[in-house]
Design a protein around this ligand. Sequence first.
Ligand SMILES: Nc1nc2c(ncn2[C@@H]2O[C@H](COP(=O)(O)OP(=O)(O)OP(=O)(O)O)[C@@H](O)[C@H]2O)c(=O)[nH]1
Length: 300
Amino acid sequence: MNPLQKVLVADDDPTNRAVLAELLKPEYTVLLAKDGTQALERAARHVPDLVLLDVMMPDLDGFEVLRRLRADPRTADIAVIFVSGLGRPEDEAQGLKLGAADYIAKPFNATVVMARVALHLQMVRQRRMLEHLAHVDGLTELANRRRFDEVFAAEFVRARKRATPLSVALLDIDAFKQYNDHYGHPAGDRALRAVARTAAACVRRPGDLAARYGGEELVLLMPEADAGVARAVVDRVRDALDRLAIGHEASPVAPVLTVSAGGATLLPGEDTTALFAAADAHLYRAKQAGRNRVVWRSAP
Ligand SMILES: Nc1nc2c(ncn2[C@@H]2O[C@H](COP(=O)(O)OP(=O)(O)OP(=O)(O)O)[C@@H](O)[C@H]2O)c(=O)[nH]1
């Protein structure tokens, strides 16, 4: 049992709240809400792993609270169990149709509540693990290409809607084949992890994403960064790698591991495919021009 998992108990009856809190406290972090409004506010602020939600509450009823939780991206995925005095099958069916994980009728049995809470929290952990595996590259621990594609599509929509800049940079390790040939594949893996860590440490703004696009190619997604800001981020990565000074005796470019980078900032009328292709084309130019440099698409 993970003591850090958070359970929010939302019930207008102080006795019910106290009973549930006492039950849950030894094993979970318990948060309390005395009505629907407070439940929504606490759920958005603390993002609990599970909500035990009363149905009949004075301001917003539990069904409405669940609808609003689902409508807010911050709380949409939180598991909800209804704990309700409405014990008719149609009430239970309505709760489950709205997307509740479970429905417990009052008066409840403490052992059954605890067993169901444990079961649903285990499912939450398993779902998170699957999401992690689906989104994270195993070697570098950066976001993987699938995750990048999802975030790129979402950030593109946001950038268009808000008329804010969106920049993409592709980074490719120079002479990495020679590195592997010279130092061996396990050392190549370590170097790749070091470059990934360095890149991740340099993209620090909320919304920024560093991902492994494939092989020895990383991609940085920088929402709200214009070309100047984004290029400075790539320069930071290159400076940090310089300081790290991972020896590369076999490189024709420098005695240490270097990267080439190509970047582009979204133009009016451009889609994600064209923006990515522009960054890629400029990476190619950086390689052609001798590697160990950044080439950014100039503004038209
Ligand atoms: N160790 C290791 N090597 C990888 C991994 N993914 C890709 N590579 C290697 O990266 C190398 C990429 O080779 P190339 O595409 O020729 O690129 P390069 O040698 O860096 O040449 P330039 O990019 O033109 O400077 C190949 O030897 C791949 O085997 C990985 O996960 N681990």
